[in-house]
Design a protein. Structure first.
Length: 325
């Protein structure tokens, strides 16, 4: 009888524990969520993250708090997200450099900051070609003039980026290789600081998402010479592509939401639904479009395929760029 009573008590305890766990999972989230942005304020990731976080907060019923964790071309923040506890309370708003950094780690023979399988794609929000921006008082009115000057003065023209192998470095190297020119690369911690340096005359050019430079273009402080896309840009319809100018150079800078691999499926699906809610929210669309980047949403399955394909393309680009210390 004692054994039967003990077993009954154990069964009740296990049932209560399972019920409590199920209830806890059903109630998720029960506290604020941190959205890591692996770049400083002012760049594309931050511009997208802030309206998205606000909309997701409304849908989830808990604050989604932005944490800018910059450095190493986004690698520091991406690694922090990849290594965080997979409970849904740490999420990542990344740019396309996410597919480049692991390849750069292999090329340089350094310990991997993270690997692509460490993170699970949840939703893509934007996918824009980068644009070549210079100061409005620069001597270059066209990309052809920029390239011809660079040929005459190898290494004399410099450009800023968000870090080695980042989304501002890779497209410039693609152009340099295709055009047969040598440019000097000056890395910063993010797009925001690089654009500030351009405005201040410390550097000559940047390649960035349209949203990062659009307001300065409208203010007459910057000029866009070309873009890395294949179709006209909605925000800059009068700007031609590098292909139009005779250069076989393409590159798209995308932004998307990721979570640590191993996050419980119910939590992952709840975040997926909140991301979709944000992508369809009128306020989010208006804010991102106003910055110069239309929302180009992709749900988790399609975004996963997109990331894998992008990683294959970028692996070849990184090999062509070679070692950059």
């Amino acid at each position: 009888m004692y054994r039967r009573s003990w077993l009954s008590l154990l069964a009740v305890s296990l049932l209560a524990g399972a019920t409590t766990l199920a209830a806890a999972q059903g109630a998720w989230p029960t506290k604020p969520i941190t959205m890591i942005v692996p770049f400083p304020p002012g760049g594309l990731a931050d511009l997208v993250a802030r309206p998205v976080a606000e909309a997701m907060s409304r849908d989830l019923g808990q604050p989604v708090v932005i944490e800018n964790k910059a450095g190493a071309g986004g690698g520091i923040g991406m690694a922090a997200a990849a290594k965080s506890k997979p409970d849904g309370y740490t999420i990542l708003m990344a740019l396309s450099s996410l597919t480049v950094i692991p390849e750069a780690d292999v090329l340089l023979g350094r310990p991997a900051m993270f690997t692509l399988p460490d993170l699970r794609p949840i939703a893509r929000f934007t996918a824009d070609p980068t644009v070549l921006a210079v100061r409005a008082d620069s001597p270059w009115k066209t990309v052809q003039q920029f390239v011809e000057d660079a040929k005459k003065r190898p290494g004399a023209i410099n450009y800023g980026s968000s870090g080695n192998y980042g989304t501002m470095h890779v497209p410039m190297e693609i152009l340099a290789q295709n055009a047969g020119i040598k440019l000097t690369h000056i890395p910063f911690t993010g797009a925001g600081p690089a654009v500030v340096a351009l405005l201040g005359g410390q550097i000559d050019a940047v390649s960035s998402g349209p949203a990062t430079v659009l307001q300065q273009v409208k203010a007459g402080k910057l000029r866009v010479l070309a873009h890395w896309g294949t179709a006209p840009l909605g925000a800059l319809p009068d700007v031609g592509s590098l292909k139009d100018a005779g250069f076989n150079a393409e590159y798209a800078q995308w932004s998307g939401l990721f979570i640590p691999q191993g996050t419980p499926e119910p939590v992952a699906q709840r975040l997926r639904a909140a991301a979709k809610f944000a992508a369809q929210d009128a306020k989010v669309k208006d804010v991102i479009l106003g910055a110069g980047s239309p929302v180009l949403y992709q749900d988790s399955p399609d975004f996963d395929k997109y990331v894998q394909a992008d990683a294959k393309r970028m692996a070849e680009v990184v090999k062509r760029i070679g070692k950059v210390e």
